[in-house]
Design a protein around this ligand. Structure first.
Ligand SMILES: Nc1ncnc2c1ncn2[C@@H]1O[C@H](COP(=O)(O)OP(=O)(O)OP(=O)(O)O)[C@@H](O)[C@H]1O
Ligand SMILES: [Mg+2]
Length: 465
């Protein structure tokens, strides 16, 4: 058919062009850790960190205590002028803690939502930071499938269609072999999982859930396929029917959600996740807490308090602060780290002035880690690290000028100029950033004090109605 040919002719193969990787460089991508030695002493330049030794050492102690589980319900404040590395230190703390400790980062401004209550947002954030490691002993049938016989029966409404009715399986381990017979639900799962002879499977003795662990290494199929993308596992040892320990790591927020979904009860919420739950009520959380406490008392669960880091915490208001103070006294709380660059400031939502813009009762419960402005040497080193992070080649004289600018205005401004100068050099097809590029961009852009000075001078001319 002509149409068919024309249709075919429109198909063409696309050249397999290599996908170029798009790399994003964020403000803190160069931070890999706190840069401490084994005795928790700060090494001047390590892990992308430069200077600010005392704060890094303090943070190191905090990390050690968090890892040992000794610090739950404590509050740590990072306080210092803008651009002195508070956020950088928090990022380093999260890197040091590793993946198994929950670390949630938010900004003080995130509590202001038109849809949700402030306290609701905070409770959820807190619960996301508490890991619960649950150990469960379950009876399972486990082994390599050596024979499989699925029996079918006519569909009750459509006799021409066959549906699986039952299954007879032989499972083999290194030391045991057993033949079991199971009903329709297990037979369906076996078909759905694509399980046949040679696979190692696990069937929960109580719930009948089937898990396909992969192709058995010792099986005929496992040996014969040379290039095979399927996962391969050794034949299990021990008995076919055994008690096995399963370990799950969830957070309290995960458990709340599971509990809420179970409650909402509809089959669709089980299958498809259901509608997004906007708020989880207090009752559900209480139930979860109760359950978790029972598990912990029974030795079946372990709590891993993580870290809730609230950046720009002076944006929180009195209500949020009082909520946090109260939360710190309850049993299941993470470590709370707050960062602020305010000196004496008004506590949001009140007319009261207070150090750091935090209420005194919160300050009283906290330990404060100060960060100090950088000297020119540290600024130069940080600029060097940023240059290598952004793959910028820069001449000595240009770097020196940027460091000077950084010490006079701010480090952030110097870091920004570095990227701009690199762009300027690129526009001129130069490989290296020179003094000329730095001077050019310094002339084109203003730092804050220049901007303030300029605006003050020209105030009258600007639009004032
Ligand atoms: N000691 C350091 N070593 C390496 N890089 C640093 C260090 N301190 C800060 N930086 C980098 O300098 C920039 C500014 O620091 P950061 O954002 O942490 O400041 P901050 O104290 O959080 O400021 P703000 O109060 O404005 O939030 C970031 O890119 C950060 O990664
Ligand atoms: Mg910050």
């Amino acid at each position: 058919m002509v149409i068919g040919v024309r249709w075919l002719a429109t198909i063409r193969e696309l050249p397999t062009a290599p996908v170029s990787k798009f790399e994003r460089i964020g403000a803190h991508t160069h931070i890999k850790g706190l840069g401490l030695d084994d005795n928790l002493k700060a090494v001047k330049i390590k892990d992308g960190m430069v200077g600010q030794e005392k704060a890094r050492e303090a943070a190191g102690l905090v990390v050690r205590m968090i890892k040992e589980g000794k610090l739950s319900g404590k509050c740590i404040i990072l306080a210092g002028p803008p651009g002195t590395g508070k956020t950088a230190i928090a990022v380093a703390i999260s890197k040091e803690l590793g993946e198994n400790v929950p670390f949630i980062q938010m900004s003080g401004s995130e509590i202001y939502s038109t849809e949700r209550k402030k306290t609701e947002i905070l409770i959820e954030a807190i619960r996301k930071c508490i890991g619960v490691e649950i150990h469960e002993m379950r009876k399972v049938y486990e082994g390599e499938v050596t024979s499989i016989d699925i029996r079918t029966a006519p569909h009750p409404y459509n006799p021409y269609q066959k549906i699986p009715e039952s299954v007879r399986l032989t499972l083999k381990t290194k030391d045991d072999e057993r033949t079991i017979e199971a009903g329709a639900s297990i037979a369906q799962q076996i078909i759905a999982e694509g399980i046949s002879e040679g696979y190692v499977i696990q069937i929960d003795a109580e719930t009948g859930r089937v898990v396909n662990l992969g192709l058995c290494l010792e099986s005929h199929k496992g040996k014969s396929y040379e290039v095979d993308t399927r996962r391969k596992v050794p034949r299990p040892d021990g008995k076919v029917l055994k008690e096995k320990e399963f370990v799950y790591t969830l957070t309290l927020a995960d458990l709340d959600e599971l509990n809420a979904k179970q409650r909402s009860g509809s089959i669709f919420s089980f299958l498809f996740g259901g509608p997004e739950l906007r708020e989880i009520d207090a009752e559900i959380r209480m139930e979860v807490d109760q359950q978790v406490k029972e598990w912990v008392d029974g030795g079946r669960a372990f709590i891993h308090p993580g870290v809730l880091f609230i950046d720009d915490a002076h944006l929180l208001d009195l209500e949020a602060f009082s909520f946090l103070s109260r939360a710190m006294e309850s049993e299941l709380v993470p470590i709370i780290i707050l960062a602020t660059n305010r000196g004496i400031a008004r506590i949001r939502g009140t007319d009261i002035k207070s150090p750091l813009g935090f209420p005194v009762d919160l300050l009283d419960r906290a330990v404060i880690i100060p960060t100090y402005p950088y000297d020119i040497d540290s600024i130069r080193e940080i600029l060097k690290i940023r240059a290598s992070e952004e793959k910028i080649k820069i001449e000595e004289a240009a770097l020196e000028r940027l460091a000077e600018i950084g010490s006079k205005s701010s480090m952030r401004y110097a870091v920004q100029l570095l990227s701009l100068a690199a762009q300027n050099a690129k526009a001129k097809s130069k490989e290296r950033v020179t003094l000329e590029d730095v001077e050019r961009v310094d002339e084109l852009f203003m730092d804050v004090s220049e901007a303030a000075e300029y605006l003050r001078k020209h105030e009258e001319k600007l639009l004032i109605h």
